[in-house]
Design a protein around this ligand. Structure first.
Ligand code: DX5
Ligand code: ZN
Length: 220
């Protein structure tokens, strides 16, 4: 079984105090920093790009877990590898040739992940399960932090856990979207080992806020 990983999603943090936010993540036991890259095409929102990712790299020792919610990812993975991404995950819906993109990411020295929207059948990623380092299950429609968790994705994680155990037990099974103290435990029981969390980690005024420290306690 892979170790449990807590990956706070930096887009929910206060960008004006990014070094403090990163230091808080580190001291609270975060394992990765999740970096949500959105391009305004694959999803309606625009968030951050390689320049800000490079600034994150300069301000933390933690591995950067880059989640590309962008069209044409093959044209951009190199930029994120160059600024220090440890993991690069792309969306199956955005890839013309997903196997080629996975190989490209690995050849750049990064761990390669594949993600899928809640509306996409897991059949689409099955041919990739044996070659990826990470499978990232979205438990909200990608595009915004702060959305409600989709409970149907619990069964998806159970199915993928079983399939990964058969073909690639070393891969991380990561979940992203609406993960808070309650849903983290549900996804952990279903077989996920890596947990992305935005609002529950950072949004002090949000209903699900508990902080990185409390979330980390759920996986030690
Ligand atoms: C959604 C992003 C998520 C999101 C997580 O498109 O990929 O990483 O920001 O934030 P919460 O935990 O608030 O849903
Ligand atoms: Zn994400």
């Amino acid at each position: 079984m892979k170790p449990y990983i807590l990956a706070p999603s930096i887009i929910a943090s206060d960008f004006a105090n990014i070094s403090t936010e990163l230091a808080t993540c580190e001291s609270a036991g975060a394992d990765w920093i999740h970096v949500d890259v959105m391009d305004g095409h694959f999803v309606p929102t625009i968030t951050i790009g390689p320049l800000f990712t490079e600034a994150l790299k300069r301000n933390t020792e933690l591995p950067l877990d880059v989640h590309l919610m962008i069209e044409n990812p093959e044209a951009h993975v190199k930029s994120y590898a160059e600024v220090g991404a440890t993991n690069i995950t792309v969306h199956i819906e955005a890839c013309r040739d997903a196997k080629k993109v996975i190989r490209q990411i690995k050849s750049l020295g990064c761990k390669a992940g594949i993600s899928l929207k809640p509306s996409t059948s897991i059949k689409k990623i099955e041919p990739l399960l044996s070659i990826v380092d990470i499978v990232l299950v979205m438990s909200v429609k990608p595009g915004f932090s702060g959305q409600a968790f989709m409970p149907k994705m619990i069964d998806r994680v159970k199915v993928l856990r079983k399939k990964l155990d058969e073909v690639n037990p070393n891969a991380h099974l990561e979940v992203d979207g609406g993960i808070n103290a309650k849903t983290l435990l549900q996804m952990k029981s279903a077989g996920a080992n890596a947990f992305v969390t935005g609002n529950a980690a950072f949004k002090h005024k949000g209903g699900t806020f508990v902080g990185v420290n409390e979330l980390k306690k759920l996986i030690i």
